[in-house]
Design a protein around this ligand. Structure first.
Ligand code: NAG
Ligand code: NAG
Ligand code: ZN
Length: 381
């Protein structure tokens, strides 16, 4: 695009934002919605991590559940969609097509035959009796209407502009130790905090403080698949989930059953193309201690690392929506915050994940298929 058209576009975009802002100022008091100035971050401010890729073509990871579906959007296409939704008419679009599609959906067929799955056990293999489409037998709540993950589309998201900043306090705090577990489905890192050191997430879509509990990952057998959420029709090789629970409740266990109990921050990983061997995430070296299913390993204080070392700064635009845990019991108590800027990982580090074992073999493709959106709204902050 030439400079001239770029300038014109920016100007035009600016006018739309202003119009948009004015319309909302008059409309706002009756709905109490914050409508703010979405802006510069997304368009013109590549972070340290993604800046490296300026000259590399967008990777193309397709959602294998939609082999004939739309192609992943390029950054330019995403930008043009963003401009389009700055038009206030698009904020709460009626969606007759979606309503119709939903009305025509067949009722779920409940099989009478007894499940062979042992209680509580589930599999990611679509061919298994307890595979993802049968998780509702493991726990009925997995058949709910507000499940995760979902497809995240820039073009259907509702832009939130006058937003409270999302903050993660204590991101550089060091824990006393870190418990690393192979729970048969993922690699989970649970930090052991000294009183008062536990990191706290607040702001953005969250009304209260959320305390950090653990993080874990979902990844693929190769780098064309792995993430749970799909962002503009792109699946990434891995997704990290940082799980937080509402500080109003005593513990994660208490909180997870409450409507506002949990917040999960999801970030995608993208392959660092320039060097296979470089260590970008040195903490992946601990994975070799939990190769066997149901094994665990305690990382001693001297080797611990803060959250900051794993996810860096929290300053990306993100999607937010109300959804569920992505494994049984699939509780629909999660406020999702999914970053639009991927982190980086090398193929060598991905191999360290793919070396882990589950009870049925190599622990890979531990991601749940995307779920129906139904009548939920997805916001873009
Ligand atoms: C994304 O687009 C797909 C296909 O049009 C649609 O089924 C899905 O509901 C959309 N997701 C969101 C979050 O709008
Ligand atoms: C990667 O894995 C997917 C899903 O299992 C498979 O369909 C595809 O053929 C694999 N691609 C390569 C290049 O191995
Ligand atoms: Zn997860």
């Amino acid at each position: 695009m030439s400079d001239v058209t770029e300038m014109q576009l920016l100007k035009w975009h600016g006018q739309l934002l202003l119009l948009n802002f004015l319309m909302f100022m008059s409309w706002r008091p009756c709905r109490g919605l914050n409508v703010p100035n979405y802006g510069s971050t997304y368009r013109a401010n590549p972070t340290r991590r993604s800046g490296v890729f300026a000259s590399v073509r967008d990777p193309a990871y397709y959602d294998e559940y939609q082999p004939s579906g739309p192609k992943p959007l390029s950054q330019d296409q995403r930008r043009s969609k963003l401009t389009a939704i700055s038009n206030p008419d698009f904020y709460f679009p009626p969606d007759p097509e979606a309503d119709l599609a939903e009305a025509n959906e067949p009722e779920p067929v409940f099989e009478r035959q007894k499940s062979k799955a042992t209680p509580g056990s589930f599999s990611y293999n679509p061919k298994d009796k307890n595979g993802p489409s049968h998780w509702y037998r493991v726990d009925a709540r997995c058949g709910g209407r507000y499940q995760s993950p979902i497809l995240l589309n820039t073009s259907n998201a509702q832009l939130v502009t006058r937003k409270r900043p999302l903050r993660l306090d204590g991101q550089t705090n060091l824990p006393q130790s870190i418990l690393l577990q192979n729970d048969g489905h993922s690699a989970k890192f649970t930090y052991n905090w000294r009183n008062g050191d536990r990191p706290v997430l607040r702001g953005g879509p969250l009304k209260t403080k959320y305390l950090f509990e653990q993080f874990h990952f979902h990844w693929g057998v190769n780098s064309t698949v792995g993430s749970e959420h799909v962002y503009d029709y792109q699946r990434y090789p891995m997704e990290i989930h940082l799980v937080f629970y509402n500080g109003l409740y005593e513990s994660f266990q208490d909180a997870r059953e409450q409507v506002d109990g949990i917040a999960v921050v999801g970030l995608f990983y993208e392959i660092y193309q320039h060097s296979v061997d470089e260590q970008l995430n040195t903490w992946t070296r601990f994975l070799r201690n939990i190769v066997t299913p149901d094994s665990e390993f305690t990382i001693p204080f001297i080797d611990t690392f803060p959250l900051y070392e794993v996810i860096g700064d929290i300053e990306w635009p993100y999607f937010s929506y109300e959804g569920s845990l992505t494994t049984p019991p699939c509780l629909e108590t999660v406020t999702w915050i999914v970053a639009t800027k991927p982190l980086l990982v090398t193929e060598k580090e991905m191999k360290q994940f793919r070396r882990l074992q589950s009870s049925t073999g190599q622990m890979v493709n531990n991601y749940r298929p995307v779920q129906k959106l139904n009548h939920r709204r997805v916001f873009l902050y």
